[in-house]
Design a protein around this ligand. Structure first.
Ligand code: NAD
Length: 339
């Protein structure tokens, strides 16, 4: 059986990554679309053979509860709309994939998690890297101590934003933040899976060189983490710099990915030699992993609690910056025991 996915929001990511990936998935397929742009209804239904009864807009979306073709709702909207549509999807009895960053703040993450629990539906994050072989190799090195204990991780996740200053990503009301919530979540994630631990503290700094463009959102942020084992990590995220890498210094060597979180092919090497894996669409692997979690009870590789954990760290980073770089202690309950 293949599960039906409804894509909510047909912007760049749905158009160029998710819908094409859904043509090759084994355990799920593109069953429905939800869009606020009437012109897209026609082009998408023609291109992907979506029947009229499976086309929704933001107003009549709740009717999706009566559509047996839809098992999973995938929320691919601006960040400020993630909570609303994830909760409406859960209330419609559909499993939910929520894009990153999970929501605008930790309180909204809780609301999404609680709505999914109340409806008995599964919740996964759009964290595609957990299904991807280079990232899985990093996790294996950490788990198996291939290079001994990890001592320090350095990660960058950044790009140079040149588009319209009016875009939603630069509008705090729609994005919830700048580089940190957009790309920084990848650097936070790298720091965590490359050490295999959740951090116990974070200190952060913000830098701005184009304030006329970044009027409303953060341009560049650096942060430092401490981990229970004594390992440390430093991260940089920016909407003004091209950088995408992860480097781990270990007791007996090192490993690195560069790029580490783009969806064009990742690459990596270690002190023992290069890494080489087949390049498969990360989105295809990710959506198949989530569908197989529902169908066959395989692990949920990126559960909602992981999205919430990262949002707790995002909030602590902004708090540290507001307090002039003051160290913030972080505490996570056992339910955040994954990396
Ligand atoms: P986009 O700007 O290309 O598309 C946004 C979509 O939302 C458009 O279809 C737009 O019409 C619709 N929309 C509805 N209300 C809107 C409003 N008030 N303002 C602006 N657009 C509105 O964005 P995108 O790149 O597709 O990103 C969508 C989500 O997916 C974001 O949460 C983003 O963080 C996430 N994303 C994740 C990845 C990943 O690798 N996991 C990659 C890209 C984007």
């Amino acid at each position: 059986k293949k599960l039906g996915i409804a894509l909510v929001g047909l912007g760049g990511y749905s158009t160029y990554q998710l819908a094409p990936a859904l043509q090759n998935t084994q355990h799920c397929y593109l069953a429905a679309i939800v869009t606020g742009t009437p012109a897209k209804e026609k082009t998408w239904s023609q291109k992907y053979g979506i029947p009229q009864k499976s086309i929704y807009n933001y107003q009549n979306f709740d009717g999706i509860k009566d559509n047996p073709d839809v098992d999973i709702v995938y929320v691919v909207l601006p960040n400020s709309m993630h909570a609303e549509f994830s909760i409406r999807a859960a209330k419609a009895g559909k499993h939910v994939i929520c894009e990153k960053p999970m929501a605008m703040n930790v309180a909204e993450c809780d609301e999404i998690i609680n709505a999914c629990k109340a409806s008995g539906v599964k919740l996964g994050m759009g964290y595609r890297l957990h299904s991807e072989p280079f990232t899985q190799a990093v996790k294996r090195f950490v788990r198996e101590k291939t290079f001994g204990d990890v001592i320090h991780v350095s990660s960058d996740a950044a790009y140079r934003s040149m588009g319209s200053p009016g875009q939603w990503r630069l509008n705090r009301k729609l994005s919830g933040g700048g580089a940190l919530v957009n790309m920084g979540v990848y650097a936070i994630q790298s720091s965590i899976y490359a050490t295999g631990e959740n951090p116990i503290s974070v200190s952060a700094q913000e830098f701005s060189t184009r304030p006329e463009y970044f009027k409303d959102t953060d341009e560049t942020i650096t942060a430092q983490f401490e981990f229970p084992s004594g390992a440390t990590a430093t991260m940089m995220t920016s909407h003004n710099i091209r950088a995408n890498r992860l480097h781990a210094s270990c007791e007996n060597g090192w490993f690195e990915l560069d790029p580490a979180s783009t969806y064009i092919p990742l690459a990596g090497r270690t002190s023992k030699g290069p890494l080489d894996f087949e390049q498969v669409s990360q989105q295809q692997l990710q959506m198949d992993d989530f569908a197989s979690h529902i169908l066959y009870e395989t692990p949920n590789l990126a559960p909602g609690e992981m999205g919430k954990r990262d949002m707790i760290i995002v909030e602590a980073i902004y708090k540290s910056i507001a307090q002039g770089g003051k160290r913030q202690e972080l505490e996570f309950s056992n339910s955040y025991g994954f990396s």
